[in-house]
Design a protein around this ligand. Sequence first.
Ligand code: FMN
Length: 332
Amino acid sequence: MLKIGSLKLKSNLILAPMAGVTDLPFRMLCRKFGAELAFVEMINCRSISHKSRKTRHMLSTLPKDKPLGVQVLGCEEKFILKALDVLKVYKFDILDFNAACPAKKVVRRGEGAALLKEPGKLHKLLKLIVKNSKIPVTVKMRLGWDKDTVNAREVALCAQDAGVSGLFIHGRTKTQEYGGSVDYEVIADVKKALNIPLIASGDVFSAQLAGKMLNETNCDGLVIARGSFGNPWIFKEIKEFLKTGKLLPKPERKKVVKVMLEHLGASVDFYGERNGVILFRKFFGWYTKGIRNIRPLREQSSRAKTRLEMESMISKTLYITICLLISYKTIL
Ligand SMILES: Cc1cc2nc3c(=O)[nH]c(=O)nc-3n(C[C@H](O)[C@H](O)[C@H](O)COP(=O)(O)O)c2cc1C
């Protein structure tokens, strides 16, 4: 259904690379609901070349965690080449180069979205990466630095010329970061100019918005980012909507609780109890978004340190809903 260089994907629904989010437990969960391709969290080429324990842990995977991409960040040829060398022993299916990250500490070093200001330098780096990689290379970009310097078409053509096999685009500028609206028109314009696949991201928060992105831009695939927060079944919803035009009902809270417990368990297995629970806290917040009277429980969850404590918070989310239902029925 989607081909990126030699990589054939069964569907065009992709879980975004997200620092601090797309670890092994979350990737496996999203795959269960239909994410086809996933990425490990973005890693700096310098860190990869230093082979620290933390980096090796971030790069760890399972046989079922496939197809899998790695996303690297960098701007110095020396470290990029070293990182590519280290990555050779891993069995990633795709290598994505980040020219999109808007974080201050990143752009200050001339990496991530800073490269949008220097298409010539980006071209040179991509050429080097393509030459030294045995797996398909892609690039992740934004529309440009700011609204006055939108140069997505130029950057995309530059990347294509450097030999990348596909392009990921976030339909916002660097200065927009994650706010403001997504510009579907610019994405559509980039798509028209390219002969490699263009995969788009930006506000794919629902099945309908997925349809809108595909229809308005004619892009070849979708990257789901914040739409998956506390909502890993979004992949299933999008798949169903694109196939039948029907919207699936939201999962019952009982099902959400089951998924939360499974996610917590996987997080504890991957990081150990203390870190696994601490890292799960933000997911607890996302899964419970919109539940009435959840605030006190959320506050408690942000202090939870053991698996048992967190499991008890998760079970209580079910209890809150049941209590609300009982009081509602009593009033009626
Ligand atoms: C917490 C967070 C971390 C992210 N980390 C990365 C990253 O490491 N690499 C990357 O290319 N994009 C990253 N992104 C951007 C997403 O991949 C995506 O392009 C962007 O969020 C737009 O999609 P959305 O509006 O559907 O969230 C991140 C986004 C979020 C919210």
